[in-house]
Design a protein. Structure first.
Length: 361
């Protein structure tokens, strides 16, 4: 979940390619995108999950006719961190403690605390230009380890005040009230009155054979630290849901593996070199052998085809707009999507009617 693109990595990753494809060779053109806000930069913070999820919700608001609204990713990340600490202590250190997360973590914060625009809470407590959570994550991780070692399962007032003071220092104090476009709001009234979207309108969907299709199961991934359930569909329907969403004006959240050799943000391409005859079988094997891991989240905003007629998804990342030929966007070929995508997230209304019936949605 942590962004890591140093200049050395750029050079080495480029040299590692046995095969290479280029945008020019493929004849790829940027598709027309109707509902998408600008690329942001998570910088040195493990918050791709918040950036991609908020980007998806910003696109939803555009589709609803609300215009472009820049929402605060760090409002979500801060409240989610408090929840992670509380849960980790309750489980006596038995779960994976990390600044990373998933779409359902964002929804939980919104349902419980509301949401604010970026201008009301940037999450840059010391006035920095970029998000740098190195010290913040280290301090909280070490403090939580001390609490666990002392058998603390619920923070007392003094311990909670210390955690809040650290978050205040590095991210700034949370706003109880704020003004947006001349109107006064709290985080909850901003959700209810200005945004007016339903957090329950979304589904997380995956495709694996070790659980029954068209049912829900707890995805076995360390970043699913809340043990939330995902809908399970066949590989064919997994792709059909994604394509139907894009064809009907929706966008799609992407959970998957960005550490594959053939994921190259700097060239703007992600693809697989081998020929795959059975995507469902290959996908399952990659999951079980952990050659596909959930380590990043992005936002699918469109699709197109290359000169050979092969499908590519156009994806918005959260690594800024530099070092990339498309200003922070990239192309992902259909084969990479089918194997290296762990899950997708989208509005339930974007799912084809027959699949919705199978899922009892």
């Amino acid at each position: 979940m942590r962004r890591s693109f140093l200049l050395l990595f750029v050079i080495l990753s480029t040299l590692c390619y046995g095969q290479q494809l280029t945008i020019e060779q493929l004849g790829l053109k940027v598709p027309v995108i109707s509902n998408c806000t600008s690329v942001k930069d998570q910088y040195l913070s493990s918050t791709c999950w918040s950036f991609s999820s908020i980007s998806l919700l910003e696109s939803e608001l555009m589709k609803m006719g609300k215009g472009k609204i820049d929402l605060s990713e760090m409002f979500i990340a801060r409240y989610s961190m408090l929840r992670k600490i509380e849960r980790h202590l309750k489980l006596k250190g038995g779960n994976f403690f990390t600044p990373g997360g998933q779409f359902h973590d964002v929804i939980w914060v919104i349902k419980n605390y509301g949401i604010v625009p970026e201008e009301a809470y940037s999450g840059k407590g010391q006035g920095e230009y970029n998000h740098n959570h190195g010290e913040l994550d280290t301090i909280l991780s070490r403090y939580v380890k001390v609490l666990v070692s002392n058998d603390v399962t619920v923070m007392n007032l003094q311990q909670r005040l210390f955690v809040d003071s650290v978050l205040d220092h590095y991210m700034g104090k949370l706003p109880a009230n704020f003004t947006y476009k001349g109107e006064s709001y709290t985080p909850k009234t901003f959700l209810q009155q200005a945004l007016q979207f339903d957090p329950d309108d979304y589904a997380e969907i995956t495709s694996y054979t070790h659980h029954p299709f068209y049912s829900k199961f707890v995805l076995e991934d360390k970043y699913n630290w809340t043990a939330d359930e995902y809908y399970n569909v066949t590989m064919d329907d997994f792709s059909r849901i994604t394509d139907n969403a894009l064809a009907t004006g929706y966008t799609v959240g992407w959970d998957g593996d960005a550490e594959d050799t053939y994921f190259n943000y700097y060239s703007g391409l992600a693809w697989l070199p081998e020929t795959i005859s059975d995507f469902q079988l290959y996908r399952q094997k990659a999951f079980e052998e952990q050659s596909t891991l959930l380590d990043h989240m992005m936002h699918i905003v469109g699709s197109t085809k290359d000169v050979n007629g092969e499908k590519w998804y156009y994806i918005k990342n959260s690594w800024g707009s530099n070092f990339n030929p498309f200003g922070g966007f990239m192309f992902m070929r259909d084969d990479y999507f089918k194997i290296r995508t762990v899950a997708i997230i989208l509005n339930k209304n974007a799912i084809p009617a027959d699949i919705r019936r199978k899922l009892s949605l």
